[in-house]
Design a protein around this ligand. Sequence first.
Ligand code: M6R
Length: 611
Amino acid sequence: MCGIIGYTGPKKADTVILGGLHALEYRGYDSAGIAFFEKGGALRSVKSAGKIACLENKLASEENVNTRCGIGHTRWATHGAPTDVNSHPHGNERLMLVHNGIIENSRELKLELEKQGYVFKSDTDTEAAALLIDACTRDGDRLAGILKAIKKIRGSYAFGILFADTPGEIWAARQDSPLIVGLGENENLIASDVTAILAYTRRYLALENGDVAKITRDTVTVYGADGAEVKREPQTALWDLAAAMRGGHAHFMHKEIYEEPDAVKKTLFPRIADGIPDFTPEGLSPDRIKAVRSVRIVACGTAYHAGLTGAAVLERVAGVRASAEIASEFRYRNPVIEADELVILISQSGETADTIAALRLAKAAGAFTLGIVNTVGSTVARESDAVLYTYAGPEIAVASTKAYTVQTALMTLFGVWTGLIRNTVSEDVARKYVSDLTVALPAEIKKIIAREKELKSIAADIAEKDDMFFIGRLFDATLAAEASLKLKEISYIHSEAYAAGELKHGTISLIEPGTPVVALSSEAGIREKMVGNMKEVVARGANLFVFAAGKEGTTELREMSKIAFVCPDCPETVAPIALATAMQLLAYQVSLARGCDVDQPRNLAKSVTVE
Ligand code: M6R
């Protein structure tokens, strides 16, 4: 989604802003722009459709860009095509504004502003906000004017604003779209996320809904919705710049997959005491968990798949009724939420609009909410009753990989802790899970990564096809869904994920000679049934690729498949998590083989901050 960066200080603002925009590229965008004060003090903007390189080319031929204050934006088109004119910033000779979010009443505002004589140049919703703020601040009182304008705006926004007559000053405002103020030495920044400021500082303030802030190189003043000054506590990002860079890998996705073994350990170790799980220091009391009648997990995309795994662990291991739901459906279907439910929100970014809405709905219904979040200080983290951070570090590639691995590992540990509290799991079983999760899982992921060449050869076969299947049962059905999502998003190959036993109820009609089928088999207990389902597709000419864990019954799997990828020593408790790494690397290799943009696939954004 869109990205914002702003800078005021002694450095060349255009250089800082372009660096920040590059750091925000991972969010997905289709055009970019920058506004800055010229040497003489006039306010200027340069905008371009396409990649940031196009904006850089334009800027290179501009004169007078030597500036110490400016704002920049990467746009992911919602209202109006990705063109130069529709790119941000918007405004006029008095004011320039960049915006993340959606102005829902932009049509209404536009009609009102046109009556006042304003002329619109773009098709965007943002221009209405820019010109409205101009209209409200014409008398010179910036704070009162911005507050007056945002009262008239319906929708979500993070704004960065420059006024022509106050060079060096940036104004910011937010509602339902994240915005932070980076706190530097003799310089300050604004940004839509922390990755954009890491080159300069790790200290920042997270603005809250309704906040308006005035930022100069040495002051940051935050005002609440009533105009009174408010204090926002400075936070320190846990990530450093190196963590956000590619570190020698060809793509962020590749680097992030390789980081999984460490990310698992970092996420799980703080929750283990004397060899068994313990979440009490994080605000979760055993009494509360005992009193919970059911658990509902709400999330989107890959995080939803992690939720499905979490729900399955909670039911199987802890004997508690648990389900997972897609946030965008949940929020609009008038769900019955009971006060003795535990509602878990899983989100890498913590800023996914639908997940935030689901969280608010659950809170309003009186349920206890638990955020499982990778980004410190994000909205889901701040607004949940309790939060468990995943320590995966920054995830830059649009395709979520290490975030999924740590989410599923953490949910498994949480399920085991819940089982201990509810007496469905003995201490010995809990210890075995802990050892599988913290020792065997990282080791098995490393082994899978070391076998990337094998995955490349399977990828070569799949890359030539337009359709394929992923099948599995139980945990592997969820893994199949995640594997299919990963492949679709970065290779643009259509695939179906199916519970293997369900195929013959219709979809098997799509299998024809040569159709690639990836069959997942991580559980020995259900292997015989899986073998039956594999035979069904082989009989119809499918190219079968088997991914399995364990030793029992794997000879037959090898015989049946074109290529078998077996992890003989991987414990069943963690096999679906480990095999996810193989699925991620497979998708990565297919994407490479097809020459796709691995890290920034078409039409997708990293953080989906609009519904
Ligand atoms: O930041 P979140 O975890 O809330 O994001 C949820 C989804 O948008 C995300 O997982 C998406 O499906 C990824 N592109 C999948 O790789």
